[in-house]
Design a protein around this ligand. Structure first.
Ligand SMILES: [Mn+2]
Length: 306
C-alpha cells in the first residue's frame, strides 16, 4: 500500500522536513508499505535552501489527496489540509498545533505541545532505535531552530532543547545558535521578493467563529530591512483580503533579536482586533513587545475576542 505523508498548504521547513524524515522512519519500520513524502504547496525559500544544503530532494507537490492514504504532519485543521481531504483516507496525524480535527474513523493521532513537529519525529527515531542519517538530522535541527526561533519562542520546551543538542551532535554542528541565525538571515532577506511572496512565505488560514482570518509571520534579524516595504505590503494585504473574503489579514514581523513583533493589519473590524491585541493600530500598524508566536500568542488572543 502507498501512503503519502503530507505537509500543509503553506509548507514551511518544519512541515516539509517532518514529512521527509517521517517517511524515512516509516519505510524502515514498515517495509511492507511504501511511504512517500509530499508537499501541499510551493516550498518557501529557507526550506529550499536547507534541502539543497543537505542534499535532500524536494517532495513532489500533490495538488489533490482525494482517495489516497494520507498521514498529516504539522497540521490538523481542515482549512490547512490539501484539497480533496474530505475524500481522503487519513490514517494518522502527527502535530504540535491546537487540535481542530474531525474524522469519521479511529486513527492514530499524536499531538504534543512541543516547539516543532520535527521534535516529535526525532523522538520517534529514538523510541524505535533507528539512526538518523547525518543530513536528515541536520535538516531536522534546522526545522526545530526555525519553529522555536532558535529556542527564543514561548513554544520552545525543555524537550526541544534536549533534542536540539542531540541533533547538533549527530549533525556535527557545534554552534547551533549560529547555524540558526544563518537560516534566519536567508529567511529575512526580503529585498528581492515581491510583496505577495513576502506575505505568503509563512501564511495560514484560520476560522474564528464565522470569520476567516489569514495570518502571516516573518521572523527577521532586522525589522528595518522590511520597513521601506510596509506600505506596499499593506496594499497587497488589502487586495488579498478582498479577493479571498478574509475578515482580517494580519502580517506580523518578528524581531528575533529584540523579541517583539510589528503588526500590519487589514481588517473589517479594527476596534475588535485592537481589543484582541490589546494595542491601538496607527496607520494599520503597531509594534508589540514580547509577541513572537502565532500559535501560542496571536491565535489565542484573537480566539478570545472573536
Ligand atoms: Mn511546525
Amino acid at each position: 500500500m502507498k501512503i503519502h505523508i503530507t505537509s500543509h498548504k503553506s509548507p514551511d521547513l518544519d512541515a516539509t522536513v517532518a514529512a521527509i524524515s517521517y517517511a524515512y522512519l516509516k519505510n524502515k519500520l514498515d517495509p511492507a508499505n511504501e511511504y512517500i513524502a509530499v508537499s501541499a504547496g510551493e516550498l518557501n525559500k529557507e526550506t529550499k535552501f536547507i534541502l539543497e544544503k543537505f542534499n535532500l530532494s524536494e517532495p513532489a507537490i500533490l495538488e489533490n489527496i482525494k482517495g489516497l492514504n494520507i498521514i498529516l504532519v504539522d497540521h490538523n485543521e481542515s482549512s490547512q489540509i490539501q484539497e480533496g481531504h474530505e475524500e481522503a483516507n487519513i490514517i494518522e496525524v502527527v502535530d504540535h498545533h491546537k487540535i481542530n480535527f474531525n474524522f469519521n474513523a479511529p486513527i492514530f493521532f499524536e499531538s504534543k505541545p512541543w516547539g516543532s513537529t520535527c521534535s516529535i519525529i526525532a523522538r520517534k527515531y529514538c523510541e524505535n532505535s533507528i539512526e538518523k542519517p547525518k543530513n536528515l538530522a541536520s535538516a531536522m535541527l534546522a526545522a526545530i531552530l526555525v519553529d522555536t526561533v532558535i529556542t527564543k519562542s514561548p513554544t520552545c520546551t525543555e524537550t526541544d532543547k534536549k533534542i536540539i543538542n542531540k541533533l547538533s551532535n549527530i549533525a556535527g554542528i557545534e554552534d547551533w545558535k549560529e547555524f540558526g541565525m544563518d537560516i534566519f538571515k536567508v529567511r529575512s532577506s526580503v529585498s528581492k521578493y515581491e510583496a505577495i511572496d513576502i506575505i505568503k512565505n509563512d501564511f495560514k488560514d484560520f476560522e474564528f467563529g464565522e470569520y476567516k482570518f489569514g495570518i502571516g509571520q516573518i521572523e527577521t534579524v532586522d525589522l528595518h530591512e522590511i520597513e521601506p516595504r510596509e506600505e506596499e505590503l499593506l496594499i497587497e494585504m488589502t487586495k488579498l483580503k478582498e479577493e479571498n473574503n478574509y475578515h482580517t489579514v494580519i502580517l506580523f514581523l518578528t524581531d528575533i533579536i529584540n523579541e517583539g513583533s510589528k503588526f500590519l493589519v487589514i481588517t473589517s473590524d479594527q476596534a475588535k482586533v485592537e481589543q484582541a491585541l490589546k494595542s491601538k493600530l496607527i496607520d494599520s500598524k503597531v509594534y508589540i513587545k514580547d509577541i513572537m508566536s502565532r500559535k501560542k500568542q496571536v491565535v489565542p488572543m484573537l480566539m478570545e475576542i472573536f
